[in-house]
Design a protein around this ligand. Structure first.
Ligand SMILES: Nc1ncnc2c1ncn2[C@@H]1O[C@H](COP(=O)(O)OP(=O)(O)OP(=O)(O)O)[C@@H](O)[C@H]1O
Ligand SMILES: [Mg+2]
Length: 292
């Protein structure tokens, strides 16, 4: 296994799960969860190009995610973030290497691994209740587990909106519904591919808190793709910074702050600045033209 570089030790702060002391790329079980650990071993994925060559989307990814851990994947467009989520979801197979969930190889899609996308993809002809119930029906569990529908609508704050159709919901509400639809299958792992990317900044920050609250209640592992550095620092136990050409893990950065977190404290801003530097987005001014 290639050691993950770049843990950011922060003087005076206690080591977070997976920080120094733990083997590289691993973290202690978080939030009391005992299942939902993911092991990614030297995973590579390439896709055939129409010109007959292969496009290497991912190369040699090693990562161990602990049960209940919150991991974000961040990196430039095309660095393989969605590809990695699809491999964990079992929607694609790695070209080489493998992925295990609690020690079992992932060989295809399964309700134990829920997926939420940037677009909520609700069925427009079904009301919210029926959208959320869809997974139960598809798995033949509706008769026994129908009581879960109001429970999960409540969990995401849509208790009063079960009879409403998707086109009557705001973007944030629609994304809550798609979270409920994934959670009702009681996955061990929730995979989130830029789930808040289409929301306005205020709704987005509210939804970040909602996601943390849901994680607390459900005690599940979350792996989330984002392009938003603040979001990554606010939410994550560890941030996986990826680079493109081919996609690989550049650094794994523990976030050593207790929750709830404040976005405006110096430690938070320092870590944010560090990640922007790694991503080459920190910016630079030759000579300050103004003073504040
Ligand atoms: N089904 C596919 N067939 C061919 N190439 C693909 C396929 N899926 C992804 N790729 C290629 O793999 C690489 C990684 O794509 P991926 O969608 O994982 O990137 P990403 O990091 O999620 O990007 P973005 O931030 O834009 O969503 C890209 O070069 C992409 O063109
Ligand atoms: Mg993507």
């Amino acid at each position: 296994m290639r050691p993950a570089a770049g843990a950011l030790p922060s003087p005076g702060t206690p080591p977070p799960p997976g920080a120094p002391g733990a083997p590289a790329g691993t973290a202690a079980a978080a939030g009391g969860a005992t299942r939902g650990g993911i092991t990614i071993r030297d995973a590579s994925k390439s896709f055939p190009h129409p010109d007959g060559t292969e496009v290497p989307a991912l190369s040699g990814v090693d990562l161990a995610v602990s049960p209940g851990e919150f991991i974000t994947l961040i990196g430039p467009s095309g660095c393989g973030k969605s590809t990695l989520l699809r491999l964990i979801a079992g929607l694609d197979r790695a070209t080489t290497g493998g992925i295990l969930l609690d020690g079992r190889p992932i060989e295809g899609p399964d309700a134990e691994r829920g997926l939420v996308f940037q677009n909520p993809y609700l069925f427009p002809w079904l009301n919210i209740e029926d959208n959320v119930a869809f997974g139960l029906k598809a798995r033949g569990r509706f008769r026994e587990e129908r009581a879960l529908v109001p429970r999960y609508l409540e969990l995401v704050g849509l208790g009063r909106f079960g009879k409403v159709f998707p086109h009557h919901l705001s973007g944030g509400m629609a994304q809550r519904a798609s979270l409920a639809r994934a959670l009702i299958n009681r996955p061990l792992v929730l995979l989130l591919d830029e789930p808040l990317g289409a929301l306005d900044a205020f709704t987005r920050m509210n939804m970040q808190d909602e996601i943390l609250r849901i994680r607390e209640e459900e005690r599940i592992t979350m792996v989330m793709v984002t392009h938003d550095v603040d979001e990554a620092v606010y939410l994550s136990d560890r941030i996986v910074v990826m680079t493109a050409g081919p996609g690989r893990v550049e650094q794994v950065i523990p976030v050593p702050f207790a929750r709830p977190r404040a976005r405006n404290i110096p430690d938070f801003l320092r870590l944010r600045a560090r990640i922007l530097e790694i991503l080459n987005f920190a910016g630079r001014i030759e000579e300050p033209a103004y003073q504040i």
